[in-house]
Ligand binder design. Structure first.
Ligand SMILES: Cc1ncc(COP(=O)(O)O)c(C=O)c1O
Length: 436
């Protein structure tokens, strides 16, 4: 039987055009909402009104949390949360090393210090590894629900309570994910989401923070929402109210056009999360029939992932060439979405965390106090791929994406089954056609 040559070995690509998951969708209702906002002339919203208030009310209602604060990025939402809970110079925060750096980088602006903690095999925060890193300076813990899979919140909440720590959830990958049926973001003292283009709720650029605490909410507003909003919304009897007219030098207001694009997406979230579960199972099965590939972030009965991406580990002993060969092979077949998470490198490998630097203090201790073998292994051996959610009206588009994944994995699996042990051991052909 004829076996087509892999593109990485000089054959024709399996797909006739490069394929990545199309996101965000361009639902006409959302575009019309943007146009209406544009035509209204309200391109700055100074107080808590209009589409910003609408988003915050919907977000609070969806999460059963009294206070939501829309910001111009997830980074700003996290900064607002950290300032909100009162962190400052001398404070330490236990932080995952396996996350995107923005999870903890704004702590440097406050003079607080992230202390890096290794992860579990699925990338989740490891409370056992955190135990030995608690010091008399530790004030808080931040966790990221990586790739959309909720952390073990029973363990995380028990850890925070045992040590008397504030808990911040970075939910930037996990809009709508649940742990034992409860939405992520509702466990923390304060929680934050990015609304950047690739995220499940996408404003282009944007973020949102929630908290149950009126005091945290007031402080968070003060950080980036000065003048009309802070003056109208903060408790006028609070100690920081006199600063409300100026804030403290930062501006974190979101662009109304981005918020207008995103606000209609909130109601869709539950059905998107449902839609993602089947696609994740199917994509998981397509890749894991290739020897050496394991899916790491599929949902479990307790943990329903938002599947920002599905993460796989490649064992180079079983698949020669390992992760890098597999990613390149998929890319050269035209499946661009298969990707090595480069920006999400373990934080202990980044200069900022190796040489902590703050504009407001100097540090006498470091961020890196242990080795992080699990995070190192994941960084060396994992790849990720987007998971569709089949929004109404886009089912055919999402089915086409799944078909592309099937076509490429069929070809690679077929090739490997006929030439076992010979995947990455030969040179890549065709100079010029390089994977990203
Ligand atoms: C886990 C995580 N935290 C925080 C952020 C920061 O969000 P933003 O880019 O909206 O500032 C991101 C963005 O990708 C992220 O992935």
């Amino acid at each position: 039987m004829f076996v087509s040559t892999l593109a990485i070995k000089g054959g024709a690509p399996a797909l006739d055009r490069t394929t990545a998951y199309p996101w965000p969708k361009q639902h006409p209702e959302w575009s019309e909402r943007v146009l209406r906002q544009l035509k209204s002339g309200k391109l700055s919203i100074y107080d808590r009104s209009g589409v910003v208030a609408e988003f915050e009310d919907a977000w609070s209602a969806a999460h059963g949390m009294p206070h939501s604060l829309v910001t111009n990025s997830g980074t700003a939402a996290l900064h607002s949360a950290y300032f909100g809970i009162g962190l400052g110079p001398g404070d330490e925060v236990l932080c995952p090393t396996y996350t995107f750096f923005a999870t903890s980088a704004s702590l440097f602006q406050l003079g607080a210090l992230p202390v890096l903690v290794d992860c579990q095999d699925d990338g989740s925060f490891d409370t056992e590894a955190a135990e030995e890193l608690v010091t008399e300076r530790t004030k808080a813990i931040v966790i990221t629900h990586m790739w959309g899979l909720p952390c073990d919140m029973d363990a995380v909440v028990a850890f925070a309570e045992r040590h008397g720590l504030a808990l911040v959830e970075d939910c930037s990958h996990a809009h709508g994910a649940t742990y034992r049926g409860r939405l992520v973001g509702t466990f923390g003292t304060a929680s934050a989401w990015s609304l950047q283009t690739q995220k499940l709720i996408a404003a282009g650029e944007g973020g949102v923070m929630v908290t149950n605490s009126r005091e945290i909410y007031d402080r968070a507003q003060l950080l980036g929402h000065f003048n009309k909003r802070a003056m109208a919304e903060m408790d006028s009897d609070g100690p920081l109210y006199p600063y409300s007219v100026t804030g403290l030098g930062l501006k974190y207001r979101a662009h109304p056009l981005g918020v207008a694009f995103a606000v209609g997406q909130i109601a869709e979230l539950p059905s998107w999360i449902k839609g993602k579960q089947d696609f994740a199972e199917e994509i998981g099965a397509l890749f894991t029939r290739i020897p050496g590939i394991t899916a790491l972030t599929l949902s479990t009965p307790e943990r329903t992932s938002a599947h920002y991406a599905l993460l796989f580990e490649v064992d180079p002993d079983l698949l020669p060439g390992g992760r890098d060969w597999l990613v390149k092979a998929c890319n050269m077949e035209g499946l661009d979405d298969v990707d090595t998470p480069k920006a999400t490198s373990p934080l202990h490998t980044l200069h900022l965390f190796q040489h902590p630097f703050s504009p407001v203090t100097s540090y006498d201790r470091g961020c890196v106090r242990t080795s992080h073998p699990v995070a190192d292994r994941l960084a060396a051996r994992t790849f990720k791929i987007s998971v569709p959610c089949a929004p109404t009206g886009y089912e055919a588009e999402d089915a086409r994406y799944l078909e592309a994944v099937r076509t490429v994995t069929d070809k690679i699996a077929d090739h490997l089954s006929r030439t076992p042990g010979r995947s990455g051991d030969t040179a890549v052909a065709k100079p010029g056609k390089t994977a990203k």
